[in-house]
Design a protein around this ligand. Sequence first.
Ligand code: ATP
Ligand code: MG
Length: 205
Amino acid sequence: MRIGLLGGTFDPIHLAHLRIAEEVREELALSEVWFIPAGVPPHKRAEPHLPFEERLRLVELAVKDHPAFRALDLEGRRPGPSYTVDTLKELRQRHPQHEFFFILGLDAFLEIETWYQYPRIPELARLVVVSRGEFPLEKARIRARELFPEKEILFLSVTRLDISSTDIRRRLKAGLSVRYLVPEPVFEALKNFRVIIENDAPGRD
Ligand code: ATP
Ligand code: MG
């Protein structure tokens, strides 16, 4: 089977994550896309704002109605920082029969040099870079030729949705709605997290 892999902090998962998975799935005729929330993301300076178990739970809620989408918990089960290289090695070992496509947004691709053992990544899975925001994909093509001259990397222009987890966290903190930025079940679940935040607020009786 041809399997797409979408790694991320998913803090929290949002509709652009699901949409890029869906567009890449169709375009590359993938059998499935596996969503992989990061345990301790090594290249994020600050800690994620939701613990692993909650980010995983939200990913599970987001993908449960799509027959070709799955949530994987392997990065949370491995102790220490979760490196993409280790995840890809583990998946290759466990599923030698599958062909893997590692999907990442343009912003993430432009930082790939900072990732642990990054030259190994395109040896373990075919890289698929999707457009994000206003940055031209051409920039990524040039970078790819410099970084991985031997490898064939795929570039896909996807529907532009300017949604980010950072913006969602900002809205949640400000008590603003995130409805229609995240799938409905995720919106519902986040309400409970918000209750926790609100209950923590000082000045209540
Ligand atoms: P944060 O703001 O916390 O960094 P994020 O919205 O970037 O969150 P991540 O979990 O960091 O979400 O992203 C996981 C993957 O999905 C990355 O490869 C990222 O580039 C890609 N991605 C996230 N949002 C979009 C988007 N709106 N369009 C295209 N790609 C996206
Ligand atoms: Mg990000």
